[in-house]
Ligand binder design. Sequence first.
Ligand code: SF4
Ligand code: SF4
Length: 91
Amino acid sequence: MRKELVFIKDKCKGCAICTIFCPKKIIELSSETNEKGFHYVIFNGNKKEACTKCLNCALVCPDWAIEVWQEEDSDQIPGGDRISGGASHNE
Ligand code: SF4
Ligand code: SF4
């Protein structure tokens, strides 16, 4: 079953812990800031496809700002403060 990694933009405080624990090194902090003024986590470039959904990033996040959704739940993903794992600097 396909899964999707979801970064909850406005819950992120930009601590970068998740980027350290990602074994693929495919996530980084955005150059832009969220509503709290923090640089939030995103996939770097077009690395989304390299994500194995290992959950390391979600497990180490102290603010529950990363979630993994299964495909059957995808229509429940609210817009607004959530961004798809495909977000990048260029979007
Ligand atoms: S789920 Fe795993 S591979 Fe994907 S971004 Fe998080 S730590 Fe990296
Ligand atoms: S997603 Fe969580 S661990 Fe990653 S930078 Fe944001 S607050 Fe820190």
